[in-house]
Design a protein around this ligand. Structure first.
Ligand code: SF4
Length: 301
């Protein structure tokens, strides 16, 4: 079995669990040191400059260091589903996705596997991987862990979930989410610089900050946009999302048992315009649909 010095006393994210994942101990992310994947396939539901015509080569990692109560991928976030793969196999999967025509390699929920991912990227680049690497994260990241990816990740696709720390505590059991995520975003933007597109409009380099607006949290969403505009100006892209989907498991959270209304979303988008945010993706039409959640059936592993 592959072992990793960072996993002996795992503190690679802000949960600081201190467990020995090499020996199968589980921390908050609920997965050992072995990489566990749920799916690796072309995915068409990201921002247009990520998905393009052919799709984004999306690799879904099992386990998660956030565990948001409303997660759409909860079956893999709990780490109970997936297939163990070696780092060598992970690098082969990247190359297979490139061969299938993927515009990029899109690592979804990768934070708890950074050392393994780093090795896999290096190996696949040595074997001919040329498409951009996208790191798709909740932003509950340590800056020193992100530094391990410098020069290897081309595009960061971070969420910014909460301004009010109490929301982070309630929905994701995080402490100081806002402070931690903001420092992580600064590091991501430092690494990628300003967005660079190819002639077809595909993103080659840069950071797109996503915010999923939750029902009942419109004020929090506005605070987030103000904070991010003040911090980054127009040097990043924003993606303002309305696709929150209520789920059966949310009975304990009555405020989350409805979708965001069209009026609420329009108000948030107008607010972004008022703030002077010019580079933003918005969602149109009915996006609150389970068809956006791919089947976690082990495809591509
Ligand atoms: S990566 Fe997992 S085990 Fe390590 S500190 Fe984060 S949540 Fe804990």
């Amino acid at each position: 079995m592959e072992t990793w010095k960072e996993m002996e006393d795992c503190r690679i994210c802000h949960r600081d669990c201190g467990v020995n994942r090499n020996q199968g101990e589980l921390g908050f992310c609920r997965v050992p040191a072995e990489v566990i994947l749920a799916r690796a396939a072309l995915h068409h539901w990201e921002e247009p400059c990520i998905s393009g015509e052919r799709g984004s080569g999306t690799v879904f990692f099992s386990g998660c260091n956030m565990g948001c109560v409303y997660c759409q991928n909860h079956e893999i976030a709990l780490g109970v589903y997936g297939k163990k793969v070696s780092v060598k196999r992970l690098s082969e999967i990247f190359l297979e996705l490139q061969h299938k025509g993927a515009h990029n390699i899109n690592l979804v929920t990768p934070s708890h596997y950074v050392p393994q991912i780093r090795e896999a990227i290096l190996a696949s680049k040595g074997l001919g991987l040329t498409i951009p690497i996208v790191y798709n994260t909740s932003s509950y990241e340590k800056v020193e862990t992100l530094k391990m990816l410098e020069g290897l990740v081309d595009i960061y696709l971070p969420d910014f979930k909460y301004f009010d720390e109490n929301l982070g505590l309630r929905y994701s059991r995080t402490k100081e989410y806002r402070t931690i995520a903001l420092e992580a975003l600064k590091e991501m933007v430092r690494q990628t610089g300003k967005p660079v597109f190819d002639e077809e409009g595909m993103l080659l380099k840069g950071t797109i900050i996503r915010h999923l607006s939750l029902p009942g949290s419109l004020g929090d969403s506005k605070e987030i946009l103000m904070l991010l505009k003040d911090t980054f100006g127009n040097s990043v892209y924003f993606s303002i999302m309305n696709q929150y989907t209520p789920m059966e498991v949310l009975r304990k959270y009555p405020e989350l048992q409805r979708k965001l209304t069209e009026e609420e979303y329009e108000e948030l988008v107008s607010f972004a315009q008022l703030l002077g945010i010019r580079k933003a993706f918005i969602q149109e039409g009915e996006t609150q649909d389970e068809s956006f959640i791919p089947p976690f059936n082990g495809e591509g592993l």
